[in-house]
Design a protein around this ligand. Structure first.
Ligand code: ATP
Length: 255
């Protein structure tokens, strides 16, 4: 089967610094893949390349077998690659439902302009609540985002991304800054995302990574050092030394 998202020998550099080195990877439909690696390994740069925020120096990116490397960011979103950001992009003064509505309207604007207004409103309302439901956010629908706990804001960011109806969801550290204990809640929501959605997760918290991923890619100095199942990655000697510490502590969390 053609992978949903695939890269071939993707390369990027900033000045003389090679930050993406011949990265070839693929995400099948329904992927639960984690991208890990030390600080500065090039994880966010890779997400920027996939989402179209920056153009690679060379290499190709394909969605469902079709090259998208020339497409600008908005066109990639439309074709199904959606990311969340480490830094919040929410409208803090609007409610959770209003934020999601903005995203739904943005997506539907073009296709629904000829719909009669009541039908349009009903459709938008349904989509907003369906999206909130996917993440267990209904109880927060009418809460102002700026007054929510950080963990709930992170979930609202994911809701915004889901409102774009992605095929591939790129989650850049959804647990960043969230107090320990709340991370598990975010992960539960992520685990219950639609099964056919392909998810690539960047996350530093190894407990969350091993809980979530069925496939792990380890990036070091811009290159894929190793990839495989959590068990394979946790057992890899280089990974133990570079990433986990010599005792291989996280090997016991693999499942
Ligand atoms: N716009 C830029 N201009 C110059 N150098 C950059 C730029 N963006 C990133 N870099 C450098 O590229 C390298 C990879 O950065 P990147 O943010 O992709 O790593 P990362 O693996 O996501 O790190 P972290 O885990 O700390 O978020 C780093 O050395 C960083 O300083």
């Amino acid at each position: 089967m053609t992978p949903r998202l695939q890269t071939h020998n993707l390369c990027h550099s900033f000045g003389g610094l090679a930050v993406t080195q011949n990265v070839t990877l693929s995400l099948p439909q329904g992927a639960r893949t984690a991208l890990i690696g030390p600080n500065g390994a090039g994880k966010t740069t890779l997400v920027n390349l996939l989402s179209g925020a920056i153009r690679p120096k060379s290499g190709d990116i394909q969605l469902d077998g079709r090259s998208i490397v020339q497409l600008p960011q908005y066109a990639r979103v439309r074709s199904g690659i959606v990311r969340t950001f480490q830094i919040s992009r929410l409208f803090k003064d609007l409610t959770v439902a209003e934020n999601v509505k903005v995203a739904v309207l943005q997506r539907l604007r073009a296709s629904m302009q000829w719909w009669p207004s009541p039908a349009r409103s009903a459709r938008v309302h349904d989509e907003v609540h369906e999206t909130l439901g996917m993440l267990g956010l209904q109880p927060y629908a009418n809460r102002v985002v700026g007054r929510l706990a950080l963990g709930e804001q992170r979930l609202a960011e994911i809701a915004l991304a889901l409102a774009m109806k992605p095929e591939v969801l790129l989650l850049d550290e959804p647990g960043a800054g969230v107090p320990q204990g709340e991370g598990g809640r975010i992960m539960s929501a992520i685990e219950s995302l639609p099964k056919d959605l392909s998810v690539l997760l960047i996350e530093h918290d190894m407990d969350l990574v091993f809980r979530f991923a069925s496939h792990i890619i380890v990036l070091v100095a811009g290159a894929v050092m190793v990839e495989g199942t959590p068990q394979e990655v946790a057992a890899n000697e280089q990974v133990k030394q570079i990433y986990f510490g010599r005792d291989g502590h996280h090997a016991q969390h693999s499942h």
